[in-house]
Ligand binder design. Structure first.
Ligand code: ITT
Length: 211
């Protein structure tokens, strides 16, 4: 049985870009959301071997620490020509300094080494695994992806992380050149464009009151 989110919800992320998007996605549903940062929660290790496992680890840690239901996202960029790297290590490729220009440059260097110069050889997708955990161990889990191509040089200053290098299929602007509203691509603009928005649509169906 699926469980509905009612009352206060902790957003279990320490990434400001994700936090802003998760708040925007939740806003129309009338959920009162507080962030892990506002509650002073520690950032847990992410030892899982999948996006879904790491999302659950983060949500469960926040639910146990607060006694409230907690909402976590584990996400990343999966590059076909790099055998799926950086994948679940997407945050780690940016290092302690969270330098995503350096991480995008590393990906580009590896693509160049493999001779991946035309768009067909530069396919990538973002994945978002979302988990809501309740203090009594109930979990709701969903996952979605957004397909696209990596461009070089990166374009745009909106968004966060790898957004400037990612051109979603069917669009001429990168996520870094889109407003967050366009990146979500939710109705009436679409049915969900980004990995996070697409996963959120699935989560909303099972856990949230209609907009
Ligand atoms: P939390 O674990 O605290 O939520 P984090 O940044 O460590 O924050 P992840 O472990 O899920 O999160 O790492 C995912 C990384 O993948 C993230 O740091 C981004 O750089 C990248 N990423 C995920 N979604 C993205 C998006 O929508 N646009 C650009 N980059 C994204």
């Amino acid at each position: 049985m699926h469980r509905r989110i009612t009352g206060r919800l902790v957003i279990a992320t320490h990434n400001p870009g994700k936090l802003a998007e998760m708040r925007e996605l939740l806003a129309p549903h009338g959920v009162e959301a507080v962030s892990a940062g506002e509650l002073g929660l520690a950032e847990p290790e992410e030892p899982g071997d999948s996006f879904q496992a790491n999302a659950a680890i983060k949500a469960i840690a926040a639910a146990k620490a607060t006694g409230l239901p907690a909402f976590a996202d584990d996400s990343g960029l999966v590059v076909d020509a790099l055998d799926g790297a950086p994948g679940i290590y997407s945050a780690r490729w940016a290092g302690e300094g969270k330098d995503f220009m350096a991480a995008m440059t590393r990906i580009e260097r590896l693509l160049q080494e493999r001779g991946a110069t035309n768009p067909e050889q530069r396919k990538a997708h973002f994945v978002s695994a979302l988990c809501v955990a309740w203090p009594d161990d109930h979990l709701e889990e969903v996952e979605a992806r957004a397909d696209g191509t990596l461009v070089w040089p990166p374009r745009g200053t909106a968004g966060f992380g790898y957004d400037p290098a990612f051109l979603p299929d069917g669009y001429t602007r990168t996520f870094g050149e889109m407003t967050s509203i366009e990146k979500h691509g939710l109705p009436p603009l679409g049915l969900g464009l980004s990995h996070r928005a697409r996963a959120f649509v699935k989560l909303a169906e099972i856990c949230l009151e209609p907009r």
